[in-house]
Design a protein around this ligand. Structure first.
Ligand code: SAM
Length: 279
């Protein structure tokens, strides 16, 4: 067990600092303060982060934290923490660790007993999810699928029965192939493609996978939000009534039984509610 009271000890700290995904106004005052206060800023790419730091007059020393060599980079950062330094980790944009480097470092740091303190802020998948028009909870964040079609379709096969909304990241040069793989493996589901979030050309394309496959020349940074598997009508009413009766016999109120059954069977609460009313 590892308990961290973030602001009640004097341990050196790694701050996880999100940075804007397109709109510089989304940099928070706390993020700027922390980046000015720490001894080092570990960057995914120091050259990419330079303009951002310059814009906010942050002249803290930067060091590189590489995706392709997380183990070695982590060792260097642990050493700096052992020497009493505070460090902030930033990625090129958005949250560190979310489809970006940092996972190995956070694991190592918690093992060594130093603090890991996350700041709130920008992240592409949440912007896309909340504006998608699809059911927001529960959701699962998948991130990037494999660039190889066989591997990508294998991954999608693993996810195709998930009943929750799924969120994917994709690069523009692969978007058409990916949408076609999704249509092939997941079927023609509702989806939303969110482009250029927080930027001048921000766009939400809400429709079905087959409609999105028709689009050409999709450009910019993009997130794909796809509806989860709709189980409702594969589960018949008798099964739902049986599950409700079981929960009620075991002591749940009707209200709690409705909640539990709709969650466990991943079916619409209104349908369970209507059936429960006839019990
Ligand atoms: N760490 C970032 C985050 O918290 O969202 C994600 C970094 S990942 C390497 C880059 C991918 O995030 C892009 O290929 C795209 O799928 C998504 N992304 C980043 N910025 C975006 C934006 N402004 N609009 C849409 N998608 C974006």
């Amino acid at each position: 067990m590892n308990r961290q009271k973030s602001f009640e000890n004097n341990q050196p700290t790694l701050y996880l600092v999100p940075t804007p995904i397109g709109n510089l106004q989304e940099m928070t005052p706390r993020a700027i303060d922390i980046l000015k206060m720490v001894d080092y800023i570990a960057c995914e790419d120091t050259r990419t982060s330079f303009p951002l730091l310059k814009h906010f007059n942050i002249d803290t020393k930067t060091i590189a934290y590489h995706n392709f060599n997380e183990e070695n980079s982590s060792k260097g950062i642990i050493k700096l923490l052992e020497e009493g330094n505070n460090i902030a980790l930033i990625s090129d944009a958005g949250y560190p660790l979310i489809s970006d480097p940092g996972q190995v470092l956070v694991n190592e740091i918690t093992k060594h007993g130093f603090n890991v303190v996350p700041l709130s802020g920008c992240n592409a998948m949440l912007n896309a999810l909340v504006a998608s028009g699809l059911i927001v909870q529960p959701f699962v964040f998948i991130g990037f699928l494999d660039s190889n079609t066989t591997q990508r379709e294998k991954m999608l096969t693993n996810y195709k029965d998930l009943p929750m909304t799924m969120i994917f990241y994709e690069a523009p040069h692969r978007i058409n192939k990916t949408l076609n793989s999704m249509l092939k493996i997941l079927g023609d589901r509702k989806c939303c493609l969110a482009r250029e979030l927080t930027k001048k050309h921000e766009e939400f394309i809400r429709g079905t996978l087959s409609e999105l496959c028709e689009l050409e020349n999709l450009k910019g940074e993009m997130v794909i939000v796809v509806e989860g598997k709709q189980n409702d009508y594969e589960i018949n009413d008798e099964d739902i009534i049986l599950a409700l009766k079981k929960e009620i016999t075991e002591g749940l109120s009707k209200k709690d039984a409705i909640k539990k059954v709709s969650k466990e069977l991943a079916i619409n609460k209104n349908r369970v509610y209507d059936l429960a009313n006839n019990l």
